[in-house]
Design a protein around this ligand. Structure first.
Ligand code: PTJ
Length: 253
């Protein structure tokens, strides 16, 4: 991986890009994953590149929902695999979730590469591809009968709009991580975390460490009080406020 000087003002962003480029070279991340990341970066930029209050609210509700679930599953694609492998392992252990590979740009070879990549981090990965999600035409329909097929809660980071609706039709609760609060997935999910996955997952690990011993009633209260439409509206407000702040700085330097 290319060495980035730590003093660079955009160090974190450049390191993230390098991880994805490396992921493409390894055959783990799809080329399209680079484009998707670019879109994500743009939204991150106009959100101030910080985990905002609306994201913290969604992250807390997501952890509570996973801790309450019978069969929670973290669905991993080529971007998630290279950006947050360690945190995926920790989060899965803390909330007792399965980790399943589910990709849009599907080939058996690519799934195998992602599996091997995640196993190097000590993650037990589901990728049997022995079942199908009815109602979905894309390759995301290919699932594992021990994972997404029987899951009651599915965490879907960096998703491309076609699966969330179907997962919900199958009676599952969906948690999305998507920097774009306007996306179809963001609007369809039960809980949408409008935050960069590289900040969201570490934060959720921290929360899960604290919340795993909480009483179920306390967790249920968090989930019941959560309102995704309100959180998405707050994210849109967050963008507007940030842009107004920058506008003010430009006019009054
Ligand atoms: O590995 P595969 O084959 O499953 O393909 C994965 C990609 C990401 C290529 C595929 O799912 C795709 O094309 O996704 P989209 O339609 O580009 O949507 C991805 C969403 O994730 C966009 O709304 C981005 O804003 C958002 N996003 C990108 N990077 C991040 C992000 N959200 C949070 N954190 C990020 N780092």
């Amino acid at each position: 991986m290319k060495k980035i000087p730590k003093s660079h003002p955009r160090y974190a962003s450049l390191v993230t890009r390098e991880k994805l480029v490396e992921g493409v070279k390894l055959g783990v991340t799809a080329m399209q994953g680079l484009i998707a990341h670019g879109r994500g970066e743009t939204f991150d930029y106009i959100l101030g590149e910080k985990t905002r209050d609306f994201a913290l609210k969604a992250e807390r509700a997501a952890v509570a929902l996973m801790l309450l679930a019978k069969h929670p599953v973290i669905s991993v694609n080529g971007n998630t695999a290279v950006l947050v492998p360690e945190e995926t392992k920790k989060l899965a252990e803390l909330v007792n979730a399965k980790v399943e590979i589910n990709v849009f740009h599907h080939t058996p070879e690519r799934v195998e590469k992602i599996k091997n990549y995640l196993e190097r981090y000590g993650i037990e990965v589901l990728a049997a591809g022995d079942a199908e999600l009815e109602g979905l035409e894309s390759a995301r329909r290919i699932v594992d009968s021990r994972g997404i097929l029987i899951a009651d809660v599915v965490l879907v980071p960096l998703e491309d709009g076609d699966r969330c609706e179907i997962l919900k039709r199958h009676g599952k609760k969906v948690i999305a991580v998507d920097l774009n609060p306007l996306s179809r997935t963001a609007r369809m999910a039960d809980i949408t975390i409008v935050d960069n996955i590289i900040r969201a997952f570490p934060k959720m690990v921290e929360m899960a460490e604290e919340m795993r011993d909480w009483e179920k009633g306390r967790l249920r209260e968090i989930v019941e009080k959560y309102d995704n439409s309100k959180v998405l509206a707050e994210a849109v407000d967050g963008i507007v406020e940030y842009l107004k702040k920058v506008k003010g700085e430009l006019l009054n330097p």
